[in-house]
Design a protein around this ligand. Structure first.
Ligand SMILES: C[S@@+](CC[C@H](N)C(=O)[O-])C[C@H]1O[C@@H](n2cnc3c(N)ncnc32)[C@H](O)[C@@H]1O
Length: 273
């Protein structure tokens, strides 16, 4: 199961080279690159960098915080949090190619000392109890059936009182998800929880939920703009296609329907350990 999830995301073990080449051919100078310049590639979730900035702003972060990013992908959220709040961020992700690319991309923007990325499974975190001041996870749990284990692990590694911030895609009330979507080409690796499931999973893991924000309306505008741009230019403005391949335009169109028909919702939870 975890192998199928990792190969869904990337079988390209030279992803950093491909991203660098794509940026260079678009006229970008890697020497003067800023974190925000990478956002169309490395903020791999609905509403992009804006969503990460909003989430990180609620996590009580400062220069002495050490944060865990669970399912860190290409490292965009980790770099955004580190750059904005001066904190250290350790990312863990199932997909080795993403961890390697995330490490390279942090070096490109001078954040190699504040961020690090390690391959691993969210349901078996390789860290000691109470190791982190805070943790976040963005658009990851849709690939994880054993969410109880994932959230129990998050609770175990965060210090008492620390914030666990979750931003995820949930099952909406409008019907089954239409596939393919960016996290799964077909349902066997997709495990979307309902809003009711999320409340009991998070409280069941021992977290106190402090705030819940539903951003589905904004997510709908995000995909409408994306597909309108694709129709105008004939190609996706985001470079997620580099690792999702030629299925990406169909995935984006399905997401417009999924979100418009409320087959999915996007919801954030701010929890205290
Ligand atoms: C849609 S991407 C989101 C990446 C990143 N959080 C972001 O928002 O840019 C989902 C990520 O979850 C990772 N993932 C899925 N299942 C996982 C698991 N069991 N443990 C760790 N990472 C996992 C995938 O490898 C992928 O990088």
């Amino acid at each position: 199961m975890t192998d199928r999830v990792a190969s869904h995301y990337s079988e390209n073990h030279k992803l950093a080279d491909v991203i660098a080449e794509t940026l260079r051919s678009a006229g970008t100078d890697l020497k003067t690159l800023a974190t925000a310049d990478l956002a169309t590639i490395d903020e791999f979730h609905i509403r992009g960098r804006k969503a990460t900035l909003e989430l990180a702003a609620q996590m009580n972060l400062n220069a002495s915080s050490h944060v865990l990013d669970i399912g860190s992908g290409l490292g965009g959220p980790a770099r955004t949090a580190a750059e904005t709040h001066g904190c250290r961020v350790t990312g863990i992700d199932l997909t080795q190619a993403f961890c390697d690319a995330a490490t390279a991309m942090s070096d490109w923007v001078g954040l190699g000392k504040l961020t690090s990325f390690k391959q691993g499974d969210a349901t078996k975190l390789p860290f000691a109890d109470k190791h982190f001041d805070a943790a976040m996870t963005i658009h990851v749990a849709m690939n994880i059936a054993a969410k109880d284990k994932m959230y129990a692990e998050a609770r175990r590694v965060v210090k008492p009182g620390g914030i666990f911030a979750v931003y995820d895609v949930l099952q909406g009330e409008g019907g089954d998800v239409l596939y393919p979507v960016p996290w799964a080409r077909e349902p066997s690796i997709s495990h979307v929880a309902t809003p009711a499931d999320m409340k009991s999973l998070l409280t069941g893991a021992g977290f106190t939920i402090r705030d819940i924000q539903d951003s589905t309306d904004e997510s709908q505008s995000f995909f409408e703009k994306l597909t309108a741009q694709m129709a105008k230019t004939g190609s996706p403005p985001v470079m997620w296609r580099l690792f999702l391949g030629d299925d990406f335009p169909v995935m984006a169109h399905n997401q417009v329907r999924n979100v418009t028909e409320r087959r999915i919702r996007t919801v954030s939870y701010i929890c205290a350990a």
